[in-house]
Design a protein around this ligand. Structure first.
Ligand code: HPA
Length: 251
């Protein structure tokens, strides 16, 4: 089972995980791509004794909003570095009752509500029109390894769920979340797409550690505050780190 996670693993860190302090630095690389500049330097380092590549999705410091991230440059850069597996860490809102703030979910499905983001590499004369299969947006064996690592680390995670990707950067209205819930979304975030689809286009296995930062709009009384998001991410990201370290120790 652990064969599903060979050495060339990249971690994309989102809100709450701009730096991997535990990473023992090997090298930093600034790449140029045919799609422009990636979000940040690609940092190769050692985590739990294994080599990984880290990329800060929103830049370092955290300045690039979800709709302005150059998803193609990020995924292309990782492919150039020989990455075969991506674990994408993302802060999300919890919609269904199991998705409790500060907890972790490993989603198995997604619905894309974002717009105006370039969704494909295959749109120029260099490529024939290509329709990738996207039945399983998150690589099932990589998800299984993450769930096994969570069990090993004694972390109570939710092993599946449907992630709804909104445009942001604002959070949602109560009515938007009610519609997403009706559609079957358990989680809401802003960066899962087109990241997952672009990874699939380049044949990179992709899975997400979704860290629940808050109850989504309308799921509690009142408004969502930055203080609650920060507090929940503080706990949730520490557990995400524990999960990643256990995953690498098992590999
Ligand atoms: N909505 C969308 N994205 C998010 C949320 C949310 O409530 N919380 C953290 N990322």
């Amino acid at each position: 089972m652990i064969d599903a996670c060979p050495a060339k693993l990249a971690i994309i860190g989102g809100t709450g995980l701009t730096q991997l302090k535990e990473l023992k630095l090997i090298k930093r690389e600034t790449l140029t791509t045919p799609y422009g500049a990636p979000s940040a330097e690609f940092i190769t380092g050692e985590l739990a004794g294994k080599e990984v590549i880290f990329l800060a999705r929103h830049g370092n410091p955290h300045t690039i909003p979800p709709h302005k991230i150059n998803y193609r440059a990020n995924i292309w850069g990782l492919k150039q570095l020989g990455v075969e597996n991506i674990v994408a860490v993302a802060a999300v809102g919890g919609i269904s009752s199991a998705m409790i703030p500060a907890h972790i979910a490993i989603p198995d499905q997604l619905i894309d509500y974002s717009y105006g983001r370039t969704q494909t590499f295959f749109e120029t004369d260099d490529y024939p029109v290509t329709h990738i299969d996207f039945t399983f947006p998150y690589h099932p064996p990589l998800r299984a390894v993450l769930c096994a690592a969570a069990e090993q680390a004694q972390l109570a995670i939710t092993p599946k769920g449907t992630y709804g990707c909104t445009q942001g950067p604002r959070l949602e209205t109560i009515a938007e979340i009610a519609r997403m819930e009706q559609d079957g979304c358990d989680l809401v975030g802003m960066t899962g797409m087109p990241e997952a689809a672009l990874a699939k286009e380049l044949g990179i296995h992709y899975a997400s550690i979704s860290v629940i930062a808050n109850w989504a709009a309308g799921k509690t009384d009142g408004e969502i505050t930055m203080t609650e998001i920060e507090q929940n991410l503080h706990v949730g990201m520490a557990n995400a780190m524990k999960l990643l370290q256990t995953l690498l120790r098992m590999a």
